[in-house]
Every structure is written in C-alpha cells, then in structure tokens.
Design a protein around this ligand. Structure first.
Ligand code: HEM
Ligand code: HEM
Length: 175
C-alpha cells in the first residue's frame, strides 16, 4: 500500500537540499575558523566563492519551491511538531538567502575584487565603506552566522530523532 510516508521529495529538491546543506556547513566552518586559522591559511576567498554559489542556488531553490509540494506529514506528528518543522524550514530558507547577501554587501565595501573561484569577477554592490548598509551587513553576517548554526543543529537533531528514535521515514523522503 502506498502511504504518504512512501513519498519522496522531488529529485531536484533533494539534489538542491544536499548540495546547499554541504556548502552552508562548509561556510559556517570556514567563517568560524577564519580568525583562529588566520596565520595558517586564508579561508576567506573560498568562503566568499562558496557563499555566492549558495546565494544563487538558494534563490533557484526558493523559486522552484513555489512549483512543488512537500510530501504530507504522517498523522503521528502533532500539530505542534508540524508547526515547528515548518517554522524552522522557513527560517532556514530566510537565512540561506540573507547570510550570503549580507556577506556580499559587506565585501562590496572592501577594496579587494570579488573573484568567483578566481575564474571571473563577481559584480560588487554600490556600498560605501562604513555606511549604515555596510555596518548592517557586517553585523547581520556575524550574528546571523550563529543563528543559522543553531537552526541547522536543531534541524539536524530533529532529522536524526525522526530516523533513529521515532523511525517514521521522514529522513528517507530527503535521501
Ligand atoms: C552560506 C553563506 C555564508 C555563511 C553561512 C557565512 C558564514 C560566516 C560566518 C559564521 C562568519 C564568521 C563571523 C564573523 O566573524 O563575522 C563569516 C565571516 C565572513 N564572511 Fe561569511 N558566510 C556566508 C557567505 C559569505 C559571502 C557570500 C561573503 C562575501 C562575498 C562572505 C564574506 C565573509 C567575510 C569577509 C568574513 C570575515 C569577516 C571578518 O572576520 O571580518 N560570507 N561568514
Ligand atoms: C545547514 C544545512 C541545511 C539546511 C540549510 C537545510 C534546509 C532545509 C530546508 C529549508 C528544508 C525544507 C524543505 C522543503 O520542504 O522545502 C529541509 C528539509 C529537510 N532536511 Fe534539511 N537542511 C540542512 C541540513 C540537513 C541535514 C544535515 C539533514 C540530515 C541529517 C537534513 C534533513 C532534512 C530532512 C529529512 C528534511 C525533510 C523534512 C520534512 O519533510 O519535514 N537537513 N532542509
């Protein structure tokens, strides 16, 4: 018998989910390790290129999200659990766009060119150094990194709980 639990996310949703997830986890790590590793390696050029890639992929994913419906949740989930899942997903979508956008704003005020993996120049936004927009971008990027980290850890913990404790097949829909 086919139940809602047998349904998977569309292939394009799954491919985009795991690609963006890997790139974001990489960027959270390189962003947070940038200061302590500064004397050993400069992680920022690759951090910027990966982040700009996340921006493009996240905008594409959000646009496509409007064209697909997520598989229905099992009846065993309470209204609170469904609401919490939806709220965290919406917040993740928001930060998937705002984190790279704030980085782009912040880096546009600097003197260094933005080169995507050294292959081509990424356009800079018209941001004046120390302007309100530059400061807002920098502040958002710093605090937003921690918010995104907490959201991602909560999201991952929930996915693992569904898989190993509740065993309701939620994780398999995304595999
Ligand atoms: C997935 C997207 C991104 C994530 C999750 C992310 C995350 C982070 C985190 C957690 C930090 C450390 C916080 C801090 O010390 O301020 C950081 C620093 C930084 N990020 Fe990002 N970032 C992303 C995209 C970008 C983009 C697109 C750019 C620029 C084009 C960028 C440029 C920078 C720079 C220059 C720093 C160093 C700030 C400093 O130490 O002065 N980031 N990022
Ligand atoms: C920072 C990295 C990640 C981000 C930004 C992220 C983002 C998202 C978003 C926005 C959704 C909602 C999909 C939709 O309905 O449109 C989602 C679903 C999902 N994610 Fe992630 N994810 C990340 C990492 C992970 C990891 C590491 C796992 C597994 C351990 C995971 C497991 C899942 C599962 C199982 C779903 C489907 C949940 C459901 O149907 O309610 N995610 N993710």
């Amino acid at each position: 018998m086919t139940t809602g639990l047998d349904l998977k996310y569309a292939l394009r949703a799954r491919v985009l989910h795991w690609t963006i997830a890997a790139l974001i986890l990489f960027n959270l790590a390189t962003g947070l390790l940038h200061d302590p590793l500064e004397d050993v390696i400069n992680l920022i050029p690759v951090h910027k290129s990966v982040g700009l890639t996340v921006l493009v992929l996240s905008v594409l994913r959000l646009a496509l999200r409007l064209t697909w419906t997520a598989p229905p949740y099992p009846a065993t989930m309470t209204a609170f659990e469904v609401g919490a899942a939806r709220a965290v997903h919406a917040a993740l979508y928001l930060f998937m766009v705002l984190m790279p956008l704030s980085g782009w704003i912040m880096s546009s005020a600097g003197t260094r060119p933005l080169a995507w993996f050294g292959l081509f120049d990424w356009p800079k936004l018209a941001v004046v150094k120390d302007s309100a927009l530059h400061v807002a971008g920098r502040e958002f990027h710093e605090i937003g990194g921690w918010v995104l980290l907490v959201l991602a850890l909560g999201h991952i913990a929930a996915a693992l709980r569904h898989h190993f404790v509740i065993r309701d097949g939620i994780l398999r829909r995304m595999l």
